[in-house]
Design a protein around this ligand. Structure first.
Ligand code: COA
Length: 279
């Protein structure tokens, strides 16, 4: 498990980090990690209640916090959220594009609107955040961290929509690394594995499926939000100042054997609805 206390507590003093979807889960864990190391934090999300609770938690750590209700699919709302963070904290040094949507659905049962909802939140939402944050990042010579997933490079049952969205995110990440390197802006992504206690795990691994997943991960455990926060801190820190255009897989080795192990688990989680039709 990552221990951020090993790092200087003022590593990000005077810096501001903006996290989309920062009200809960992995994204709040990332915000907490940066707050622990002295950063000011801007977060946006769809639910004010969640954002207010997250703000109280981050302020308790000692961070200045700016919250904004904004759906990443709404460019104008995102632009306003970033402007508010700049006014209440400072121009952002790091942008974390973490807002995501997910559910299990076999492709033949997925409506076009269901596919679109996930691509819009994950991929379009990430572009919106990067585009709206560009001017501030250019000023600070900052960096972007996209949240990808194993689905971007391994096909998973009932995850066609997520695979398309996350593969798109990694492609966008590399295009921005290529185009915005000249402004000093670095662009990378993190592909988290199964992270305990998150909404994603609840949706993808209900019931005891999560214990089976932990047993199947080469490192024999689920990840924690601190594992992902540690990776984000590394990518945003001076230690990674020559790192751009890369995907950092933080999955305990989950994706090394492909997704075959998970096919049966996903099938069980969905009540056997993926049973092969041989007719
Ligand atoms: N299976 C199949 N289709 C589903 C679905 C499911 N479990 N959940 C939603 N959809 C479809 C809806 O039926 C709808 O399509 P339709 O108009 O053809 O019926 C489409 O997706 C949009 O649904 P809606 O509920 O209007 O979208 P939303 O924008 O309010 O919510 C979601 C977006 C669907 C991604 C929702 O699950 C969400 O808000 N998730 C955020 C949290 C999350 O997923 N966290 C985990 C991240 S790893």
């Amino acid at each position: 498990m990552q221990d951020l206390a090993l790092l200087p507590s003022d590593l990000f003093a005077g810096k501001t980090v903006f996290v989309t979807g920062g009200g809960s889960g992995i994204n709040l864990g990332i915000a907490r990690g940066f707050a622990t190391l002295g950063a000011s934090v801007g977060i946006c999300g769809r639910t004010l209640d969640k954002l207010e609770k997250a703000k109280a938690e981050l302020e308790e750590i000692g961070a200045a916090v700016s919250i904004s209700v904004a759906d990443v699919r709404d460019y104008d709302a995102l632009e306003a959220a970033l402007a508010r963070t700049e006014a209440e904290c400072s121009s952002i040094d790091c942008l974390v594009c973490g807002a995501a949507g997910n559910f299990l659905a076999p492709a033949e049962a997925l409506s076009p609107n269901g596919f679109k909802a996930v691509v819009d939140i994950d991929l379009l939402g990430s572009f919106n955040a990067a585009r709206a944050g560009f001017e501030q990042l250019r000023q600070t010579r900052g960096n972007i961290i996209f949240i990808s997933a194993g689905q971007a490079f391994v096909p998973y049952y009932a995850q066609a929509h997520v695979g398309a969205a996350k593969a798109g995110i990694d492609n966008l990440m590399q295009n921005l690394a290529l185009e915005w390197g000249r402004y000093g802006i670095r662009s990378n992504s993190i592909a988290p594995g199964p992270i305990d206690g998150t909404e994603g795990m609840k949706r993808l691994a209900p019931g005891n499926v999560k214990d089976r997943i932990a047993d199947a991960v080469p490192l024999r455990r689920l990840g924690s939000v601190e594992d992902i926060a540690g990776a984000a801190v590394f990518l945003a820190s001076p230690l990674a100042s020559f790192v751009t255009g890369t995907r950092l897989v933080v999955d305990g080795g989950q994706n090394l054997p492909g997704s075959g192990l998970y096919g049966k688990m996903i099938q069980d989680a969905m009540g056997g609805s993926l049973t092969a039709d041989r007719s």
